[in-house]
Design a protein around this ligand. Structure first.
Ligand code: GUN
Length: 318
């Protein structure tokens, strides 16, 4: 039987650390960290995600500031809102939920967020910092993926890791983090030839293709660690709806460990967002330690937004 890597438990551990950091800041007379969340339009899934993010802020003592804008908001107005938030000293993190309505240039909007408040880690400055060895804000889902892997495989040096998916939000940044951890990384996608053969050699598979149950049992080596980033609602044969990941969960019991869907990567994404917000606030207040400074090029692979919770392996297995 494969162990279940319980993302809810690991996320809770990270939240406790984040809350302790918030309490420390407040005790030192600093304002509590503030996260501005912008939602444009009425996309159903985005509304659910934003609600979850706002609720999670409350749990750890982060002030959330919600900006709900109608679907016909002009790009100019959205940029003006972001400009105001960039200058607002009470705001330490800014997140603009995507997808944005079609008339808005998403790349332009994401680039208009100050890199120091870009808690999503999507700004090219942070992408550049990540690809050149750290020091910036790391995107939340890739960071969560690393913490999940390291909870069961603390030393990735020399391990064969296959990433399936090449998105800017998950595949590419997670590949960079894995390289920093000295893993041997193969980035693949749904058009990769011989994908099952490549996957079968992997010690770790990170499945982030958005293709429901793409990874079959026979693609997986015995004893591999499997991280499932996908989440898709499908209609099952019994006519009921069900959430599935990119990995055929029922077929991978010969793996060493696997993340469930839901309850694996999802909770980690939000926990990492909260952590990123607090680290951004600490850096903006100048209370980060030298090793943590946002603006230093880290001399090693240490990144400030790398919460050290992965050492406690006992709590991470289901
Ligand atoms: N939409 C889906 N996931 C995300 C995320 O992590 N950040 C933002 N800004 N939008 C999203």
């Amino acid at each position: 039987m494969a162990d279940i890597i319980d993302g809810r438990v690991i996320a809770r551990q990270l939240d406790e650390k984040t809350k302790a950091q918030v309490d420390e800041m407040v005790a030192a007379g600093l304002p509590a960290p503030g996260l501005a969340v912008i939602l444009v339009g009425d996309d159903g899934a985005s509304q659910v995600y934003v609600r979850r993010k706002i609720k999670a802020c409350e749990k750890v003592g982060i002030n959330s500031i919600e900006h709900r804008l109608p679907a016909d908001t002009s790009q100019e107005h959205l940029l003006a809102v972001i400009d105001t938030l960039n200058k607002d000293k009470r705001v330490h993190g800014i997140l603009c939920q995507v997808p944005l309505p079609e008339h808005i240039d998403t790349r332009l909007v994401l680039r208009s967020i100050s890199p120091d408040k870009d808690v999503d880690g999507f700004h090219p400055v942070n992408v550049g910092r990540l690809t050149t060895g750290g020091g910036g804000i790391v995107p939340c889902t890739p960071l969560g993926v690393m913490l999940l892997i390291e909870s069961v495989m603390p030393d990735l040096k020399g391990k064969d890791v296959v990433v399936i998916g090449k998105s800017n939000i998950v595949g590419k940044p997670v590949a960079n983090l894995l390289l920093d951890a000295e893993a041997t990384v193969t980035v693949t996608h749904i058009y990769t030839e011989n994908l099952p053969d490549i996957a079968r050699k992997a010690d770790v598979i990170v499945a982030a293709a958005g293709a429901p149950e793409l990874v079959k049992g026979w693609w997986v080596k015995s004893g591999a660690v499997l991280i499932d980033v996908g989440i898709t609602r499908i209609m099952a044969e019994d006519g009921k709806e069900r959430l599935v990941g990119d990995i055929a969960f029922d077929e991978v019991q010969h793996a060493a460990a696997v993340t469930p869907v839901p309850g694996g990567v999802g909770p980690m994404t939000i926990a990492c967002l909260l952590s990123n917000t607090v680290q951004a606030a600490r850096a903006l207040h100048g209370t980060a330690t030298d090793r943590e400074s946002l603006f230093d090029d880290a001399p090693d692979r240490t990144m400030i937004f790398r919460p050290a919770i992965a050492g406690d392996h006992s709590l991470s297995r289901g």
